[in-house]
Design a protein around this ligand. Structure first.
Ligand SMILES: *[C@@H]1O[C@H](CO)[C@@H](O)[C@H](O)[C@H]1NC(C)=O
Length: 246
């Protein structure tokens, strides 16, 4: 078990690189779709995208164990909200990887008669639940930090100075909204790890929403969001201080 978890952690970098490539291909294919002269290139990109997707499935075989281990850890958190959100996110993530592994086994012919479409939809559904729990945690974190910052005396002065310069705006347009946006932006600026995690989770959200037909975007949006979230994933792996904790 430990060896599986360790290996999966080591292959995370490769998975993220593959994922970025996969979505970069998807985005390029979308952008080149009307270009009849580039048919060859599009065919090559499609094959690369498929290879990346299949390759990643192999790298992810150990991720179920990895997610269960993570769930065990987050269950110990003393903050009730964090404990609930992260444990639920990790359990849903484990269920997602089980579906993913079954689909992989089917794709190499290891198992025969399963309803591929249904397993694929279920996998997207667990992924979506995991993302929603992660986003709930992000919102909780942002609100907590905003309250903290709002109470800070130095920050209050800075806010008065900034917003006080335009009294007509402050008086006419709902001043609370102004203050709220200012506080939100300042909070995100001083906690880049939280900001990056939020952007990443929002970007990721478009992928299962599109697959499940809850919110249909187009292949370009999905490719773009997938690419941005993969790049954030690479940044946080390369620069652990930018990764949200716990
Ligand atoms: C949710 O957050 C955890 C901890 O940051 C992360 O390991 C996991 O990959 C996230 N889940 C999804 C579906 O992105």
């Amino acid at each position: 078990m430990d060896a599986v978890v360790k290996f999966t952690n080591q292959s995370q970098g490769k998975d993220r690189l593959f994922r970025a490539t996969q979505y970069a291909c998807a985005l390029s294919i979308y952008l080149l779709r009307k270009n009849t002269e580039r048919k060859d290139l599009v065919a090559k990109l499609k094959s690369l995208e498929n290879n990346m997707s299949t390759g990643r499935k192999l790298l992810r075989l150990g991720n179920t164990a990895n997610s269960i281990e993570a769930a065990k850890r987050t269950m110990q958190l003393s903050d009730r909200v964090l404990c609930l959100c992260l444990t639920a996110a990790n359990i849903n993530r484990a269920l997602y990887f089980i579906c993913d592994n079954v689909l992989w086994a089917k794709s190499i012919g290891l198992i025969g008669n399963i309803d591929k479409e249904r397993w694929s939809l279920n996998s997207s559904r667990w992924y979506l639940y995991s993302l929603v729990m992660n986003l709930t945690r992000d919102v909780y974190e942002v609100v907590r930090l905003m309250v903290q910052k709002g109470r800070d005396e130095c920050f209050k002065e800075k806010m008065d100075q900034n917003l006080g310069q335009s009294p007509e705006v402050a008086e006419v347009v709902i001043p609370q909204l102004d203050a709220f946006v200012f506080l939100l932006l300042e909070t995100l600026k001083s906690h880049p790890a939280v900001a990056l995690d939020t952007v990443k989770n929002i970007c990721d959200l478009f992928i299962p929403l599109d697959k499940l037909g809850i919110y249909k975007s187009n292949a370009g949006v999905v490719g773009f969001c997938g690419l941005i979230s993969s790049l954030i994933g690479i940044i946080t792996l390369a620069q652990p201080t930018l990764k949200i904790k716990p």
